[in-house]
Design a protein around this ligand. Sequence first.
Ligand code: SF4
Ligand code: SF4
Length: 423
Amino acid sequence: MTEANRHPIHIHDDACIGCVHCLTACPTKAIRIKNGKARIISELCIDCGECIRYCPHDAIDSLTTSFSDLNAFKYKVAIPATVLYGQFDNATLPNEILFALRRIGFDCVYELSTICELNNAAIAKYIDSHPKPRPLIASTCPVVARLIQHRFPSLCDLIVPIEPPREIAAKILRANLPRVLKIAPTDIGIIHIPPCPAKMVSINFPVSMEKSYLDGAISIRDIFNPIFQALRQSQEDTIMCHLFPETIFSGIGMGTALSGGETRGLKNHRTVAVSGVRDTIRVLDQVELGLLKDVDLLECTVCPDGCVGGPLAVENRFLAKSRILRLVNQMGERTVVDSSDMSMLYHKDFLSFSHPIKPVPDLPLDDDRGRAILKAKRRNKLVKQLPSKDCGACGAPDCRTLADDIVRDQAALPDCPFMKEEK
Ligand code: SF4
Ligand code: SF4
């Protein structure tokens, strides 16, 4: 996969009417409107999915692993994000959803809430053994890590270097399944079921490891209907799930589907949870200014209310949130992870990043330094000439970005309708 096609975000030209909603929503100014259609600048996109959320014409979606891709594997494992449990009505037990996943073709389903709790405990241990600097930043949301790399490079060292639950679960399975099943590791396909496109990119292009332990991701939006159908057909499973609720769930881990979930298990630490891309940027701006030093852990999720607000979830996030909270309350705050197991994995570096997250430099105005300085001067002059209306009518999100595009020869002054009029 090349840089140009690394992103799963896809624009359907036949549905796009060039209305600029996505242009103004994109937090990294990665969208332009060219010839009346939205275009994404690959190097700037962080796969946050804001454009999917804001497009009123359903012209943007995300490509994920297809069901036919699963046929490449003899043994298929699903690792659903805990937010999946909030997509069905209150009468549907989490166990029934796991059964339904098996009915639609997975040989094994790995329940993630326990690993989410383990991840919480490992973060707490990291905080305790690293008294400085502060605030540390949780890295489970892959968009936050990429936002920091691109827009807040000086904060990269604050990211807690503990792998997210989905990767820890897949690593455990990779270490054990080939031996237990006596099949080749390449015959085992481990698939995540997330509510956002960013997890797909974090699997294809991981930033904290050489290669992801996961083989792909099928979005909740794509898998919801097959699960729903399987749930309707399996009265027997429903009875079994009520009589023998055999899977152990963690109430602490279940909460990670919500903003504040990663800090839920950290009772003895000073924590702050922020959600939504704009509030996340606002708080990271403050951290860059040297504020929030009395906070141990800052948890940021770019989707509103956390993963329940993911652009590829199907249920209204308020309902999903209330269902997850109900499950958290039912399951309680009792820890189900053995702290000595967690310590052992922590000290063996089983849970840690293998590569540090590094800053990604800004796109230069020109590869040649001398020419880049001249272009910057021309850009500054252009900014003064432009009307400062930031209306998006030129196809760029604001006047300054249009000026950048002009000096890069990717746009022209008459693209601005006000300049055209003046001329
Ligand atoms: S929001 Fe963007 S992708 Fe959707 S129709 Fe408008 S310009 Fe096209
Ligand atoms: S996914 Fe996010 S960063 Fe990428 S184009 Fe859409 S809004 Fe912009």
